[in-house]
Structures are given as C-alpha cells and as structure tokens.
Design a protein around this ligand. Sequence first.
Ligand code: OGA
Ligand code: NI
Length: 307
Amino acid sequence: MQVAEDLHVFPGAKHLPPTYKDPISNPPTLPEAQVSDGSIPIIDLEALHGPRRPEIVKQLGQACQLQGFFAVKNHGIPRPTVDSIFDTTREFFHQPKEERMKFYTPDPNSDIRLMNAYKDEVANVYVARESLKFHCHPVEKYVDKWPTNPPSFRKSSAEYLTNVRRVEITLLGAISESLGLETDYIEKKLGGHYVSLNYYGACEESNLELTYGVRAHTDPTIITILLQDEVPGLQALSEGKWMDVNPIPDTVVVHVGDLLQAISNHRFKSLLHQAMVNCEKERMSIASYCYPSSDAMIGPPEKVDRQ
Ligand code: OGA
Ligand code: NI
C-alpha cells in the first residue's frame, strides 16, 4: 500500500472535482468533516445467496459506481473471530518496541513487514500509524513467517483471514455480475492476499493539527475489506468533501481499489480515503487487500462500457 506524495500520482486524480483541496496542505480534522449521515450503502451479504441476489448485485454495482465504498452486514465472520484478531493486534502493538522491530525491514518485497510511524519533514506532518503487513494466502504457505508473540497471533490471524477470503470471493462474484461479467471473472485473476494490521496510538493533543493516522490515498487493490474497531477515524472523499465513515457494529467496509477501477473501465471509482487519530483512544483496523496474480492482465474487458 502506498501513500501518494503528490495528487498527480493518484490514478483517479483527473476525476477529482475542480474545487478539491489537497488534503495534505489543508489538513481536515474530525470536527470539520461532514458527519456520515447514514448514507453509506449497506449490503446484505447473506441475501446474495438467496432469491434477492439480482437486487443485491444491482445495489453493489450502484455503491461501487456512486460512492466507491459500502458496508457489508451479515458477512458471517463470527464475533469471537473478530474479537480475537483485535485482541491479538492490540497485544502485538503493546509489546516492547524491540519485539515489534523484529519485523522491520526496508525490503518492500518481504513476506512480512512492520511499518513505523514517521514524520514527513517536507509536509510537516506526523503520520502516526504503525502497521504489520504480511502475505496470507494460502495461509499454509506463509504462516511460518508470522509472529509467535503474542502466542495467539497465528491462530487468530488464520481464522480471520480464512473468513475474510470467503467474503472477498462472494463479493467479487457479485461485483463481476454487476459489470455484466461471468461470476468468476475477477476470481480467476486473483493471486494472493495481503493484510495490514493497523495500529493508531492516541495522539497527544498538542500534535493533533499535524498528525494523521494515514494520509489520503487510494488502495492499489481490486477491493479492500476493512474491519474497524469501534473508534472512529476513517474518512472517505464523497462529493468533494471528507466524510467520516464511522464504524457500524458487525459490519466491514469495502473500498473500490485502483484495479477494480481499471477492470470496470472507470465506471467504478477508486476511493480516496484517509484516517485521522484522536487524543483519547487508540484505534485499530484490519485491512485485507486483494490483488491479482502477477501474470493476470488487468484492464476493461470488451464487455464493460463506461456508463
Ligand atoms: C489502509 C487504510 C484506513 C483505516 O489500510 O489502506 O486506508 O481506517 N486504512 O485504517
Ligand atoms: Ni487504504
């Protein structure tokens, strides 16, 4: 996952509204953001398996086209699995720095990688997120590279990631259909799966104006499935304004990534989003990135027109 340093490198940049302000030079804060008013489309995953499938497929297509993101309910990921991945993530990041730093490497191709918080001297902002990113599909291929501290790490991660992969395949089938393609069109292009356990420590108040959780970016994925804990922080650009995407219990948030924008011939828009920190509570999120195999051709199939 990359943090773009310059708006021009965003694949969707030319589609941004003319009034769009560079979020880096005009840092928005949580109170200034438009409060999410329940306008986030909520997709019922269970209903995709029943007679209402055509209706839900249509809703999904509209959400990807109009908003670039949506929430998913009835995703079937058991509550204890969700609790346990958050407990594990918290325990991992609460360990002493030396323990976490065992996973630090400057090599972007490493199978597992800790990314630290950093200060961007040029933009004069602090990016407070620490994250552990690792390959995870198939689990058996990568599990030996994962941490053994906390001891729950491998089991909790495998359980969550197996569940999230199932949700991903179901969604990609419905998204393919919404583009008029065969159900397995996108699934057949899939390669691995990468996850980022994100930890945002509570900031010190004096730093808030200058501190981001993560700066504005689009995800270079097909879709990203984001599990948030109960602390707000995620913002999405919606109709030229930052909108808080506050956590809705028992749902996950799905973002359209750059590659789905390409597959859909720009009918679907890759979502520009960022995360803010707050001064009271730490925040965690689990981002699951799905991406194609390295030999897959990504681009609009003949059938997909821009609408
Ligand atoms: C990401 C991301 C947002 C969040 O991991 O790509 O945008 O709320 N995360 O953690
Ligand atoms: Ni992201």
